[in-house]
Design a protein around this ligand. Structure first.
Ligand code: NI
Length: 405
């Protein structure tokens, strides 16, 4: 399994997406910067540094995220936060501050800041706004995310199942009277960066296709009003696949994620379907290693070593993967997924992890160790289909375990 730890850095900045040597028409085609004036516009950004390595067997930490913060926050504060990127932040005096290029630059700066910590900074995810994001990876790959919001009605059902089978599998979602969701759709594009534009794909092409897609799905009855979905199961998995198939002839789409609710999504990557589900648990804990002195514990764990403890409401996101079943249109039965996740988390909920949960008697209850403890238990109740497990300890820190491909 691969483990990563993720630290979030927020900053607010203005930026102007336009090349001074191009006229406004060309800039608008490429950057969609209609109305972008001399002093640009602003965003509240969140940059996530992703660090990979092996957790230390004694401390249970892959890396001390407090040290990562101490190393990288000065870069964010002095060069990115409350700046005009085009004038204040090299290399964006020469290159357009596209999300792709800002993510790539922050990755390089993060790698330099964290050198010598014994971990690899393997990625930087940059959320530019609710609707745009980009990721840069240590192996040189760049991805761009586009988000879309839409509302639609549907009956969750497969034409290949009987009414009784549909009802048994989908419950109330199979009611012939229908139901609705406000969906959030994330389309991830991956391609070598265009040197001239600093983008994966030009704005006009992407916005045009996503606009067509939005018009086809938004405020529609998906069973009755979308001809391309006829004779297919109407499930969240199949809707994600539909979007992927719709876009891939025209865009370098690498995966599509469709959130049906903030805590539930389906994803499709051209081969497999994925379902992700989040649940929370609330627990107290205290990070201390018995073999270390009080001073050592304080040095390693900081305020997390408070002897009387502290606590978190942890969010756990589990993702399962499988080929989408042709008959049912599903990856995994949602009711079993939800029940399995809740059953496993109930063992930690409203406990002091270190005093009351056997698994943490001999190892500190770090986010890394919580992920390692939960993985085999979740994998067992999820038919060994678990491929990714995320533990969000706070809004700033999260830990991820992935099955190796
Ligand atoms: Ni804590």
């Amino acid at each position: 399994m691969l483990m990563t730890a993720n630290r979030r850095f927020a900053f607010s900045a203005s930026r102007r997406l336009a090349r001074p040597d191009w006229d406004s028409l060309r800039n608008e085609e490429v950057y969609g910067a209609g109305g972008e004036r001399e002093w640009g516009s602003g965003e509240n950004y969140a940059a996530h540094l992703v660090l990979a390595g092996e957790p230390d067997p004694t401390t249970g930490m892959l890396v001390n995220l407090t040290a990562v913060k101490a190393a990288f926050q000065p870069v964010v504060d002095s060069e990115y936060d409350h700046k005009f990127l085009n004038l204040d932040t090299p290399p964006f005096d020469r290159l357009p501050p596209t999300p792709e290029l800002v993510a790539r630059e922050l990755l390089a700066r993060g790698q330099a800041a964290c050198a010598g910590m014994g971990v690899q900074v393997v990625a930087c995810h940059l959320q530019e706004s609710e609707l745009t994001a980009a990721s840069a990876y240590a192996d040189g790959r760049i991805e761009r995310d586009w988000w879309l919001e839409l509302s639609a009605a549907r009956v969750t059902r497969s034409p290949f199942l009987t009414d009784a089978e549909n009802e048994a599998l989908f419950g109330r979602a199979a009611s012939p009277l229908g139901h609705g969701h406000g969906y959030r759709l994330r389309v991830t594009l991956a391609a070598p960066l265009d040197r001239e534009t600093g983008l994966v794909s030009p704005h006009e092409l992407v916005a045009g296709l996503l606009g067509e897609l939005h018009a086809a799905l938004d405020h529609r009855n998906l069973n009755l009003e979308v001809p391309a979905l006829a004779r297919q199961p109407i499930t969240t998995e199949c809707l994600a696949r539909f979007v992927y198939v719709y876009l891939w002839p025209h865009l370098p789409v690498t995966r599509v994620r469709l959130y049906e609710m903030p805590h539930f999504f389906a994803e499709y990557d051209g081969e497999r379907g994925y379902l992700g589900l989040e649940r929370t648990f609330s627990a107290a804990h205290c990070l201390r290693v018995a073999s270390l002195s009080d001073t050592e514990n304080r040095r390693v764990f900081g305020k997390c070593s408070n002897p009387n403890g502290h606590g978190h409401r942890y969010t756990v996101q589990a993702t399962v993967a499988a080929p989408i079943d042709a008959r049912t249109g599903t990856v995994f039965a949602l009711d079993r997924f939800s029940a399995g996740l809740e059953q496993v988390l109930s063992e930690l909920d409203h406990r002091h992890l270190d005093h009351e949960v056997e698994a943490f008697r001999d190892r500190p209850s770090t986010g890394e160790n919580i992920a390692l403890v939960l993985w085999p238990r979740l994998a067992a109740v999820l038919d060994e289909r678990l491929v990714r497990l995320r533990i969000f300890e706070t809004g700033n820190n999260r830990f991820t375990l992935r099955a190796e491909e």
